[in-house]
Write a protein that binds this ligand. Structure first.
Ligand code: ATP
Length: 145
């Protein structure tokens, strides 16, 4: 579902609260705005490398394969925080490491737009909101997650 809200800890906690309507799926951030939630991302292509991971992690890897998004995946079971980038899943990070990596990857990086342009047609059907949703006509699957 398309949103436009300032990102904050309470807002993210509310989105992912158990039984919240947008609890399932991923959130897309663009700069300091939450631009979409409840997004279904394409699963990682099944070459066997990440077979032992569940669908949350494989969706994070899949999205990072297809776009230049910096994908943060937090395990509900273990609480671990990892970054998926360019089809690779990184190691568990503590809070300090995560902040440092996000700063480097998101703020210091020049984003090559060519990958976004190439993938927009493939990603759109997977990430589009429900038909009939008031926001279904302006879904933008290209944002950084
Ligand atoms: N294609 C997808 N895109 C975005 N999110 C997804 C997708 N598939 C599953 N999820 C999310 O992952 C949740 C299921 O996680 P699952 O336990 O299968 O994965 P996991 O990688 O083992 O994660 P965890 O360590 O949190 O258990 C779903 O409830 C949903 O929120």
């Amino acid at each position: 579902m398309r949103l436009d809200a300032m990102v904050s800890v309470p807002f993210l906690e509310a989105l992912f609260a158990r039984n919240a309507p947008l609890h399932d799926g991923g959130v897309i951030l663009q700069s300091s705005r939450v631009v979409a939630a409840g997004c279904l991302f394409p699963l990682q292509s099944s070459d066997g490398t990440y077979r032992r991971y569940g669908t949350r992690h494989r969706a994070a890897i899949g999205l990072s394969e297809l776009t230049d998004a910096v994908v943060l995946v937090v395990s509900e079971e273990r609480g671990s925080m990892r970054i998926a980038l360019a089809g690779q899943l990184g190691p568990d990070l503590n809070g300090t490491e995560l902040r440092e990596q996000l700063r480097t990857l998101v703020y210091d990086r020049q984003v090559p737009v060519s990958r976004l342009d190439r993938i927009s047609d493939e990603a759109a059907p997977v990430m589009a909101p429900e038909p009939g949703s008031p926001t279904s006509t302006d879904a933008q699957p290209r944002e950084r997650a």
